[in-house]
Unconditional design. Structure first.
Length: 208
């Protein structure tokens, strides 16, 4: 019981530290007159702080984050599974009135392009390093995998701005965690997360 409580507490502390680093970086970029770079820069600062902490604590980053290469077959399989699951989860927002639906940010060059890169590439890498490579792995050492999936997914959904995004994030986080367990590689949820975010950008900007 003490080990489980410590695992949850550690996860919360690292989550708060990550959010703090991101928030400070966003303020700094904004004060420097670079608000368009704030989300991307803040995310990079946050994950660098996390990697530094893990490096100091564990030493071996490859083992800590399960950085095992995927075969081309498995990579293609993950993409093929991620596409329909993402579309189904995206469709759940239509069960809510339009005023409650999640909106993507406006995209206009040059900052809009940076936002697209951040959402489609940088954010998936950063969030998977943190939530699957660190939070979920930390919890799974003390909890049953199903319990670890639920707790880490609740953490993941809590970082999203409204109820619709949080609900979709919860569902997709469960999917990413299952991929992480199945393939025992962080690259599995990263590939799925990138696919999901690209679909989300296209659906929310061009179709919805």
């Amino acid at each position: 019981m003490i080990g489980k409580a410590r695992a949850i507490l550690n996860s919360l502390l690292y989550l708060l530290l990550f959010v703090f680093c991101v928030a400070v970086a966003e303020v700094v970029f904004t004060l420097l007159g670079l608000p368009g770079f704030a989300p991307l820069g803040a995310a990079v600062v946050g994950v660098c702080a996390l990697i530094l902490i893990v490096k100091i604590k564990h030493g071996n980053l490859e083992e800590s984050f399960s950085l095992r290469a995927l075969t081309k077959k498995n990579f293609a399989l993950i993409i093929a599974i991620a596409i329909p699951i993402t579309i189904l989860i995206q469709c759940t927002q239509f069960f809510f009135p339009s005023e409650f639906r999640a909106d993507m940010p406006e995209f206009s060059l040059p900052y809009g392009l940076l936002s697209v890169i951040s959402i489609a590439v940088t954010t998936p890498v950063i969030e998977e390093i943190f939530f699957r490579g660190f939070i979920f792995k930390n919890l799974s050492e003390n909890f049953h995998p199903v319990t670890a999936i639920i707790i880490s997914s609740l953490f993941f959904s809590g970082l999203h701005p409204d109820a619709v995004w949080a609900m979709m994030a919860m569902l997709i986080s469960v999917f990413y965690s299952i991929l992480f367990l199945k393939f025992k590689s962080l690259f599995a949820p990263v590939a799925a997360h990138m696919t999901s975010n690209i679909i989300a950008v296209v659906a929310n900007v061009f179709l919805i």
